[in-house]
Design a protein around this ligand. Sequence first.
Ligand code: NAD
Length: 236
Amino acid sequence: MIGVIVTGAGGRMGEAVVAAVGAEPDMEVVARVDPALPAAADVHGDLASALEATSARVAVDFTQPHVVFENAVALLDAGVHGVIGTTGLSDDQVAELRERAEAGPANLLIAPNFAVGAVLMMRFAAEASRHMPKAEIIELHHDRKLDAPSGTALRTGGLMEGEVPIHSVRLPGLVAHQQVILGGLGETLTIRHDSLSRESFMPGVVLAVREVSDRPGLTVGLEPLLFGEDQPGGGG
Ligand code: NAD
């Protein structure tokens, strides 16, 4: 049985993770961490208290950009593998987490998007940009998202050829959507992905919880788990 701490458990993603992990026969939520949750036996106001009270193997973090780095460091220090979905980590912070993960026994997996269709969208966009190098990204999210541009848009642009401008739309009613529009001579190609509910992220989160302990150091993106390490777009 994989014991799992969920940080940000009272948030939109955290709630969905608690339900998805709880539904897996080989996983168990051993602590929910969120200062916004009402008191309960398994609820902790901070991660340090949950780490002390449990012997979890993995923690899943969907919190906020300003707390995710310190949470990830606390997990590595405690020897607990981390699956990080919170976006907004800087390149320097990711580099430091890589060093720390490589130096100790616990592993980290950071993915800006756990939806399988979004991972495929990024892969197709990277491939298309080798043939149509002029492209722009429009990413659209619900209006309570704290960071812009989205982690998914930044990663997509990073995988593509050339400079790729990003446009961010924040509106109520949206969940998480992205269009990559490539322009060529007399033609355009649009690659679009829509997360219509937060359930779209859960198969990827569950896969990451199951596999993170077998992937030493830092893994960025779900690609290595879906396609194998030697495929283009993996690891980066
Ligand atoms: P949310 O605001 O609904 O939830 C965040 C929760 O974190 C809140 O309940 C808040 O109280 C809690 N929190 C704040 N500080 C905390 C701390 N120190 N310890 C524990 N909990 C703390 O946000 P959301 O919509 O659930 O999104 C969370 C993050 O996940 C965002 O960064 C978002 O961009 C990202 N996200 C990632 C993916 C992905 O596939 N990787 C998908 C959707 C959203």
